[in-house]
Design a protein. Structure first.
Length: 297
């Protein structure tokens, strides 16, 4: 009975979104995107699309999403949004981070990406334009992938903080007490494999088109680069996502080393009380701000 009720709710939600979508104006980018997609299908093999296309999507998305945070360090106005203003980025740290990223991307992640083609073939996942799911289906699937990855990340990340193994693996990622965007995937190769596995679980569950692979890559990179950016910028559209943790939440994890283990959402830390130190810290900061305002007045 409960399963039928859930199915009815999901079906009703799907119909409601379809109804709303029918009133939205046509997307002017849809036809150019369709032409580009069909050109890709006509000129490249599935192996090339799945392997080199996925690598290209990852690399271009990663470094483009890092650009705003990189530029912020040169803009005095943006420094008021920096969460740890007493710990600025340095060229030395950023260069070290970049070199490690290149190693991880091409020697750890690329071999995994090479399995994408075989995954899509084994599960008969389509590449064609006509089979591509609508935008709201993709949004829902990406959200589902994020929920699954967040659960995996919370428990495995918390395990990596265990005192017996922390110094061997996860300590590499914590070399930077004040994180910056490019540092999002700066990690020990084993951590890249362990925590990165959570990325693929949602794909196995939801993937009904190769476009979901790329959409989820972009969404996941957008989130992890944002929370590692070191800046809490107002009007951030990601803050509209329900229960989104955000930069302050994860920045505290780098500063404190304990608590705030989840990657995207706040519910696991709230459920297990691993955000208690963060809540206490926020309250302390609020009191400081109130005292400062009173003195100024």
């Amino acid at each position: 009975m409960a399963m039928n009720d859930s199915a009815n709710i999901l079906n009703s939600a799907y119909l409601a979104v379809e109804y709303i979508d029918s009133f939205l104006p046509d997307n002017p980018l849809q036809q150019p995107f369709k032409n580009a997609w069909n050109y890709m299908l006509d000129n490249y093999t599935k192996f090339q699309i799945a392997t080199w296309g996925s690598l290209l999507v990852h690399e271009v998305s990663y470094f483009l999403l890092c650009v705003p945070g990189f530029i912020f360090q040169f803009i005095p106005f943006m420094q008021k949004y920096k969460i740890q203003p007493d710990k600025p980025e340095t060229w030395e740290k950023q260069w070290k981070c970049f070199k490690t990223l290149l190693f991880n991307h091409f020697f750890i992640q690329l071999p995994l990406i090479c399995g994408t083609y075989y995954f899509t073939e084994y599960f008969n996942i389509p590449y064609g334009w006509e089979e591509m799911p609508r935008w709201y289906i993709l949004v829902g699937q990406c959200f589902g992938c994020a929920v699954i990855e967040d659960a995996w990340h919370y428990f495995l990340h918390r395990l990596l903080h265990h005192k017996r193994i922390y110094k061997y693996i996860h300590k590499v990622h914590h070399e930077f007490v004040s994180p910056f965007g490019m540092q999002a995937e700066y990690a020990h190769p084993l951590e890249t494999l362990i925590l990165g596995a959570g990325f693929f679980i949602g794909i196995v569950v939801f993937c009904n088109h190769v476009v979901l692979l790329w959409a989820w890559v972009i969404c996941r990179l957008m989130e992890t680069i944002d929370v590692h950016s070191g800046y809490d910028v107002p009007l951030n559209p990601l803050h509209l996502v329900p229960f989104y943790a955000g930069a302050r939440f994860h920045d505290f994890h780098h500063m404190n080393f304990i608590g705030n283990y989840a990657s995207t959402f706040t519910w696991w830390d709230r459920l297990f009380g691993t955000d208690s130190q963060f809540i206490a810290y926020q309250e302390k900061e609020r009191k400081k701000q109130c005292i400062t305002k009173k003195k100024a007045n």
